[in-house]
Write a protein of this length. Structure first.
Length: 358
């Protein structure tokens, strides 16, 4: 197939094209035509400084304006940008690349997944940024902050300045917030999403990525809409997926772009920290209690662990922002019959009773 612009940028890494795709460069250029107060309000509303978006009320307090006045300035500032002669030229490369991404991924893609792809291209594949990343001259915290800045800039451009080309669907029966081209027919993906959720719910088990891809390919809706052929006729952008941003092997993602993007987009489907897929409210997918986390850690360790080690692993996995206390973990291990004591302070899953010796 003929290389699309996205594939060309990935392979050749032309600094000029990457610069024209850089969301921070684009926004800075467009904001140069705004007043300082307008820039600040938009920056705060859309988290362009690498922070969470701020409320109208909070921004109003800072500028000594009413909430309604801040809203009016936000709307007027966006209108001013949309009237700029340079707008279309400024976002031309981004529009083409997003179109290429959507074509490669079946016509729709979750907002979070699209922002991840664009951020990796500009922040990690751009040679101008590589020295800092390779030499680890920035901390993990700083690295994540830079990623957030890029993501927020791209989100601003896609959601506020590309509405004529992109449809943003926040609430959908089958999908998380997604972007799609307005003219795209995504009936096949809606059918597949519906069938997949029903199948996963019926089987009541978690899946590895490969298992879930195989399950998708076995569904009648997959063959009905001939998605196999569409999967094969896509560009090679595997270097994007080599980033630690993505949880699975780059080749697996690249060779199954439509299905993998679908998995990322389906509402109520989620991947846990161990790379397993299932319904979002399952304890093995979204562990909420200490006990849920204990079970996951022991299951994936494959061997008995001391309760202090279990607490350490829970905190290392960062299931959420809660810190697991060793004493709390020990109490849960004692009280739950799923766990058995096999040594001094060492516990195993009861299901392993034929594999471990006390």
């Amino acid at each position: 197939m003929t290389d699309n612009l996205l594939e060309t940028i990935i392979k050749e890494k032309k600094s000029e094209e990457l610069s024209r795709l850089d969301a921070i460069n684009i926004v800075n250029s467009l904001f140069s035509d705004l007043l300082d107060r307008e820039k600040d309000i938009l920056s705060r509303r859309f988290g362009l400084k690498g922070e969470k978006s701020e409320t109208l009320e909070k921004i109003g307090q800072m500028h000594k304006l009413t909430r309604e006045r801040v809203r009016q300035i936000e709307v007027a500032s966006l209108k001013k940008i949309k009237k700029l002669d340079k707008l279309q030229d400024s976002i031309a490369t981004l529009k083409t690349v997003v179109k290429d991404i959507l074509n490669d991924h079946g016509g729709l893609i979750s907002r979070e997944y699209l922002l991840d792809i664009l951020t990796v291209i500009c922040f990690e594949l751009n040679d101008d940024n590589k020295p800092n990343l390779k030499q680890k001259t920035i901390s993990e915290e700083e690295y994540q902050r830079h990623r957030l800045v890029y993501r927020n800039h791209f989100n601003f451009l896609l959601s506020k300045l590309m509405e004529d080309d992109l449809e943003f669907i926040k609430d959908s029966e089958h999908f998380q917030p997604i972007f799609k081209h307005r003219e795209s027919d995504t009936t096949a993906l809606h059918d597949l999403a519906q069938d997949l959720l029903a199948k996963v719910d019926n089987l009541k088990k978690v899946f590895t990525t490969k298992e879930l891809l195989d399950l998708l390919k076995s569904l009648d809706s997959y063959n009905k809409h001939q998605l196999e052929a569409k999967n094969k006729n896509s560009s090679d952008i595997s270097s994007i997926f080599e980033s630690k941003t993505f949880n699975d092997e780059a080749d697996v993602i690249n060779q199954n772009k439509i299905l993998y993007a679908l998995m990322q987009s389906v509402r109520n489907l989620k991947q846990n920290q161990y790379g397993e897929w299932g319904l979002a409210d399952w304890p093995e997918i979204s562990p909420k209690t200490v006990n849920d986390k204990i079970y996951l850690v022991l299951k994936h360790s494959g061997k008995p662990l001391h309760f202090t080690k279990i607490a350490e692993e829970i905190n290392k996995m960062k299931f959420d922002h809660k810190i697991a206390n060793p004493a709390t973990v020990h109490n849960e291990l004692i009280l739950d019959k799923r766990y058995v004591l096999v040594g001094r302070g060492i516990y195993a899953l009861k299901d392993w009773k034929n594999k471990v010796k006390k």
